[in-house]
Design a protein around this ligand. Sequence first.
Ligand code: SAM
Length: 278
Amino acid sequence: MRNMTRNTQKGHKAKKSLGQNFLVDPNIARWMVENAGLNEDDVVLEVGPGKGMLTKEILASQCRFLHVIEIDKTLAPFLEPIVKTSKHRMSVIWGDVLTINLKELSPPPTKVLANIPYNITTPLIWQILEHLVPLGTRELLLMLQLELAQRLCAKPKTKDRSPIGITIEKMGKAQIVKKVTPNVFWPTPKVESAIVHIIIDKDLKLASDHSWRRLLRVAFARRRKTLANNLACVYDFFKDKDKTSKLLDYLKLPTTVRAEELTVDDWHHLYDFISKID
Ligand code: SAM
């Protein structure tokens, strides 16, 4: 009962399974919108508007149009009044962002702003890179769990290096722009959060390249193994130890190298080679 009181606000019970930690500090929402530099050409996608704290700030900017995608229909009493006052600058799609066809959003988003739950962050960013970037999305400003934010921005030779972080680095850049304490959310989460700014300006079709995605998935499949051992599980070329060590030597990489140690240029060269043999 105590727990329910703590998690219930204006008749709505926050759902832990949907990662519902709502922003209660308007200054953070305002900060995000100011730092997104929205102008009259921008079409924004907000994933998981919740009770609309960030939504209202986005609408107060100059942006041309706002799409919001929310899975929890019980939040309608919070979002519908915002739609009514939006002067046709906003549309709400009720559903799971991971199954909605993002390519059908019209007009296509130029920027994505969101405070998103931990469990959908990685697949959501892949969806955005794959389906929205080729249509014109160039910036993402995302509030994430700090640990995940660090993974997206991880440098080579760190344990946080990941396929998605490497892909973002090859397509542009990601940077933690603000750390956020738990007390700006309700219910208060146990972990710290961070706002990550992602800019995409090159290799716009990379995330839909299946050879690239497969290479990274296979290379990181077992993190404690060497890169060569992981690749040998899938690519016949790497089953031949002589050929493998000649290739690694040519790429100026030691035979014992692990996936997390490669720079984005190393990945680029390895991918060039794999594309020829795959
Ligand atoms: N943006 C609001 C804020 O800052 O107060 C809410 C943020 S809350 C961390 C995450 C929101 O994402 C919730 O409203 C939740 O219902 C929604 N959500 C969770 N999973 C979703 C999914 N798969 N598709 C769309 N929305 C989702």
